[in-house]
Design a protein. Sequence first.
Length: 423
Amino acid sequence: MTEVTLAVVGGGLRGLTYARHAHATGAGRVVAVAEPDPRRRAAFAAEFGVPAGSAFPGWKELAAADRLADAAVIATQDQLHTDPAVALADLGYHILLEKPMAPNEGEAARIAEAARRNGIMLAVCHVLRYTPYTRAVRDLLDSGRIGRLISVQHLEPVGWWHQAHSFVRGHWRRQDTSAPMLLAKACHDIDWLVHLFGRPPARVSSFGSLSHFRAEDRPASAADRCVDCPLEPSCPYSAPRLYLGCLGDPESEFWPLSAVTPGRTPEAVLEALRVGPYGRCVYACDNDVVDHQEVVMEFDDGATCSFTMSAFTPMEHRRTRLFGTHGYVDGDGRTLRVVDFRTGEEEVVDTTAAHAGAEGPSAADGHGGGDEGLVDAFLVSVASGDPSPLRSDAFESLMTHRVVWAAEQARLTGSVVTFRPHG
Ligand SMILES: NC(=O)c1ccc[n+]([C@@H]2O[C@H](COP(=O)([O-])OP(=O)(O)OC[C@H]3O[C@@H](n4cnc5c(N)ncnc54)[C@H](O)[C@@H]3O)[C@@H](O)[C@H]2O)c1
């Protein structure tokens, strides 16, 4: 296969993950990077052998250099996707774009239009579509084994410490600087559910709120920072317990620890917790995104789907139950228990063999094989000029983002929203 050259915009955690996989397989090679943090930029350029003249302090400088690679990976934070995506699409780069596409529908539509206008491939990083597990679920549905799909129950167990890390103390804690949590976190799930049903819902409702990580839930004697707090040893959300516990484990040092500090000693971690955002009491942050949300969808044939996103779980794979006219499936993100109503027999399908070593649910684990599957599909598509390995294009992703916005509208207005696939 022809080696695909890549320009990476945002040399943070996601940019690194995709670049490393592309290099490891030999299917892609990073030839340019745009990253304003000088330490990150230098480390990224050194790791991938990017020449100094192609390591830029930002996406604008990269775009000013004309087209340097076949494709661009856009892995900047949520509110900084649209302008680089449109500018690089206009230069003819194929694009691997981190989710969410953009914070609002207008910007996401601009991105999809730019992809169409320039005839480029643009894949949004809905990595769940690319796991062996998802393929097995889709194959099962397509085979007709459980008959017609009547309802689905789906759980996204965010995890108590993951919620505290990302959605209370971290980057995704506020709607105005990131996105509503349903968009930032569960656009994956809504996209996945639409993918399973093979079509968008006809009607959407939603409920949810920030119910715990608030000033009114703060114990009286709690301090503003864990390092000063007498309650720290007994608090489930202790930052020292979480981050000191990452030391010595390469996966946890990559994520979540490297968001907190580049240091790898107890002293460096404690210093970051003394001064940085990740050491704050979870009841004394400036967070406003929800900690639990339900979305209920009804499809045109009366089929229904209920989705729960909750902070108050272990961090695990998503769980899904599929209720069909001829069978039932209970999935835990790794295995599928299939019950056939015609025979009463059960079968357990193990989907993990195909991605041994990348089974876990988190970013550090590669999202159950989804990260690798996505990068492989993107590179093969760019190399061959045939987009068929990609499981969604820009307009499919725009449509599933619009379902998320419809759910948010339903939640905020207390109404049932009729979904129109084309706006
Ligand atoms: N697909 C998934 O499963 C998944 C998982 C986690 C995060 N994400 C998404 O990936 C994106 C990146 O997340 P992350 O955790 O890697 O963030 P990060 O903060 O680690 O990386 C973002 C990088 O962008 C850089 N940046 C800022 N301004 C820039 C500019 N003008 N030009 C170029 N680079 C610039 C930052 O310095 C930073 O290094 C976010 O949108 C996030 O929501 C997706």
